[in-house]
Design a protein around this ligand. Structure first.
Ligand SMILES: Nc1ncnc2c1ncn2[C@@H]1O[C@H](COP(=O)(O)OP(=O)(O)OP(=O)(O)O)[C@@H](O)[C@H]1O
Ligand SMILES: O=P(O)(O)OC[C@H]1O[C@H](OP(=O)(O)OP(=O)(O)O)[C@H](O)[C@@H]1O
Length: 206
């Protein structure tokens, strides 16, 4: 049996659709239920539902064999998991944004973000020393209220930036969701994992 950690939230629906397209029959209540663990004996699979940032933790600890996680999450922390497939769902990108004409102060510019490691390595590579302010959401608020000079955040349609009068300044990286696997599961359940990978590969959007 394979245990798969699914991310709650916006990736969930797209990931579920991909699994269904790949021919997996999943219970109808899966999308609506509040249950966090569900067995699908006919498919010899078990699903757990986790916060997107936590999926990789379940997989790394081996309590889930596989998981679906955004590339942003994979970039933020180096973890002991393998990336098997780019599922090409939940497309977005990581970017630096700020107020139009908002200058970076010479001394200790502040950058608000949910991704402190990505942001600090990005600015380090640019040769800029910044103070990172970690937030958990509504990142676009930070420059508006004077908490930060820049933000590093996900941009998809650009609507959140636009509606808050911010502009994208630099793109950091493209982001899509990935199928990840625990290294030990990959070794001992290789046949089951390979079947899933093959079936998903055939339905990944181009
Ligand atoms: N606006 C977006 N459009 C497309 N994909 C996005 C967008 N924002 C985030 N993502 C991708 O979806 C993943 C999960 O984002 P989501 O907002 O569902 O989770 P979260 O940030 O943990 O949210 P919350 O804490 O509000 O539940 C991110 O890691 C990223 O890969
Ligand atoms: O370019 P857009 O299509 O507007 O999408 C980008 C927004 O989506 C995400 O926020 P989310 O909705 O997850 O809310 P959050 O602020 O709680 O992270 C991200 O952090 C941006 O704020």
């Amino acid at each position: 049996m394979l245990t798969i950690a699914m991310p709650k939230g916006r990736i969930f629906a797209e990931a579920l659709e991909l699994l269904q397209k790949a021919g997996y029959t999943l219970p109808a209540e899966f999308a609506e239920s509040r249950k966090l663990m569900m067995e699908v004996p006919e498919e010899n699979m078990r699903f757990i539902l986790a916060k997107p940032m936590d999926v990789v933790t379940y997989v790394e600890h081996g309590v889930a064999d596989l998981g679906i996680a955004g590339k942003d999450v994979m970039m933020e922390e180096e973890r002991d998991v393998y990336e098997l497939l780019d599922l090409k769902i939940s497309k977005c990108h990581l970017a630096v944004a700020g107020l139009p004409n908002g200058r970076m102060p010479q001394i200790a510019p502040r950058v608000a973000t949910k991704y402190p490691n990505i942001a600090s390595s990005y600015f380090r590579e640019q040769g800029e020393q910044v103070e990172i302010i970690r937030l958990n959401g509504s990142i676009e608020l930070a420059p508006l209220i004077g908490l930060a000079d820049r933000i590093v955040d996900i941009v998809s349609t650009g609507r959140t930036l636009k509606e808050n009068g911010l502009v994208e300044l630099e793109k950091i990286a493209d982001v899509t969701s990935r199928l990840i696997v625990n290294p030990v599961s990959y070794r001992i359940k290789d046949e089951e994992v390979d079947v899933l990978v093959c079936r998903l590969s055939e339905v990944i959007p181009q």
